[in-house]
Structures are given as C-alpha cells and as structure tokens.
Ligand binder design. Structure first.
Ligand code: RIB
Length: 305
C-alpha cells in the first residue's frame, strides 16, 4: 500500500522576524535557517514518517538544491524514481518570515516544480495505479495536476487535493477529487465566504459539497477541522492546544497524516483526529519538513491526551 504525492520540492529559506515588515520597511530578524520545503515534499515527508510507503513525483533543478532534495528523499525512505531533473529550470525556493507568534508569510519562487509536465506524471502511472491515495496541492503545473486527476479516476484511486496556495483551477476538479482540504483562507477563496467561526466554515463546507466535492475538510488551525460530506453535515473534529513555535507546514503535516491514515484504512473521523495531532505536533517545532513528527511521536501524544 502506497501514497503517491505529486507536487513541489523547494528549498526553504526562513528567518524569524520580531514582526511582519510593512511595504518598504527593513526589519532586523534572525536567526536564519534553511531546510527542505515545498508543500508536496513536506506532505510526502509527513506521510513517510508515519511508516508508510510514499512515491514522490516532482521536478528539481540540476543544482546543489536538487542534489540536497534527492538526499532528503533517500533519508526519508521516499521513492524518488519519478523525480525529474530539469536542465533549464533551477530548484525552487521559498522565502519565509516567521514572527514572534509563530505566524508566517511565504513567497514561493516555484522554479522547476512548476514545470512538471503531464508526460512526466504519466511515467508514474504504474505506481499511481497501485496507490491507495494520490495527494495533490497547487504548487505544481495545472497540467501535472490535471493528469494526476485523470489517472486517479482511470484507476479508481482516491484523490486528496489540498488547494494550497489557492488560485483558480478547473471547476471539474471539485467533482473529481475525493477529499478537498482547504484552510480558512483557501476555503474563502473557493466559496467567497469569509471563515470566521464554525458556522461560517459549515456554510463554506456546504457550498463546496453542493459543487460536487465528496468530502470537504476545512482545517481551522488549533480548533481542528470541519468535515462536510453525505453523512457528516459539518462536524467539527476538535484539534489540540499546544505551545506554538512555528506554524509553517502545519497544513502539510495534516495532509500527510490524513493520507497515511487513509492508506491504513482507518475511519475518516479517526483519520482526521490523527491528522490534527500530526499538525499540532508540527507547530511545536521550527521548520517544515524538519518539524514533521514520526508515528511513535503522534501515538505517544494521542495516548497522553
Ligand atoms: O506549506 C509550507 C510550505 O509552503 C513551505 O515549506 C514552503 O516551501 C511553501 O511551499
């Protein structure tokens, strides 16, 4: 049983800042830290750390960051057979500022990951066919995601689409994916409904469900997530309150955790509770891929709660 992640790898360049600068302002920050990032790679890392097999499909540059990416996937036991090396495009980079509350602002220069082609996705068809879940985000090309969705449908493999970072995508994807996992901002982008509380999240969940999404899961930070599907019409799966150090990558931790649980055939509500715990543990640590907890850590955390 395997999860196949199709998405981005970028290098994360992060600095703490006492507060987010205003336009034109320079702030003295630090310390600086670099690490493995990109929503696709982070989600693959989170899933792999839950002890399941993961295939990664992405594109990197023929440069030092690309080399580091391959070392990362090897260290995390992630299958890198379908990682393409571009000769034209550099490995992408994300510029991340994290303030004293642990909140972040990110600019992603997506680089090679944004140039993944449908043919390059199709090369992984045999692995996709044997997967229990396909995990997608919006940090790669539209054609790569379109092809992944086509292959998922062709081989009846459930698809999780984490619509991050949000921008408009073909509307038919909503009917084709099995799980849609926006955060509050992305849910507002998708529905026009500002998410201020549980009631507005429920309204957005209903709207997405009516547009054809089978399972809408809106992540709500420390509050947990809201599930809207044919049986559960807006049920809150409570989150965990933890000491927040750095929220960057929390959504990726959640999605990787969810994919891992679905791979292990857990019930949806149990999977979402587990995914909430993976997300909660990740915000107690600095960084993105580096902050993903292992299965033992998540089990220990859940047993103590
Ligand atoms: O979700 C967090 C990730 O978003 C970071 O690792 C950064 O690379 C951006 O892609």
């Amino acid at each position: 049983m395997t999860v196949t992640v199709i998405g981005s790898y970028v290098v994360d360049l992060m600095s703490r800042t006492p507060y987010m600068p205003k336009p034109g302002e320079t702030v003295l920050g630090g310390p600086f830290q670099s690490g493995h990032g990109g929503k696709g790679s982070n989600q693959a890392t989170a899933a792999a750390r839950q002890g399941i097999k993961v295939n990664m499909v992405t594109k990197i540059g023929s440069d030092v960051f690309g080399e580091q990416a391959l070392k990362h996937f090897s260290k995390e036991n992630i299958n890198a057979d379908f990682i393409v090396k571009s000769v034209e495009e550099a490995t992408g980079a994300a510029l991340i500022a994290v303030d004293s509350n642990g909140e972040n602002m990110i600019i992603v220069a997506i680089g090679a990951s944004g140039k993944l082609t449908k043919e390059e996705v199709r090369r992984a068809e045999e692995k996709i066919k044997l997967s229990t879940v396909i995990l997608l985000q919006l940090e790669t090309s539209l054609e790569a995601n379109e092809e992944a969705i086509r292959l998922g449908k062709k081989h009846a493999v459930p698809i999780i689409l984490n619509p991050a970072p949000y921008y408009e995508f073909p509307k038919h994807w909503l009917k084709d994916v099995t799980f849609l996992t926006p955060n509050e901002t992305e849910a507002e982008g998708l529905t026009g409904i500002p998410i201020q509380d549980e009631a507005s999240a429920r309204k957005a969940g209903e709207s997405l469900y009516q547009q054809g999404v089978k399972n809408v899961v809106i992540t709500l930070g420390s509050k947990g997530c809201l599930l809207y599907n044919g049986q559960q019409k807006g049920v809150l799966i409570p989150g965990f309150s933890v000491e927040v150090v750095d929220t960057t990558g929390a959504g990726d931790a959640f999605n990787g955790g969810l994919a891992a649980c679905l791979d292990q055939q857990k019930s949806l509500v149990d999977s979402l509770t587990y995914a909430n715990a993976v997300g909660a543990l990740s915000v107690t640590r600095v960084g993105t891929a580096a902050s993903m907890p292992t299965r033992q850590e998540v089990d220990h955390f859940l047993n103590r709660k």
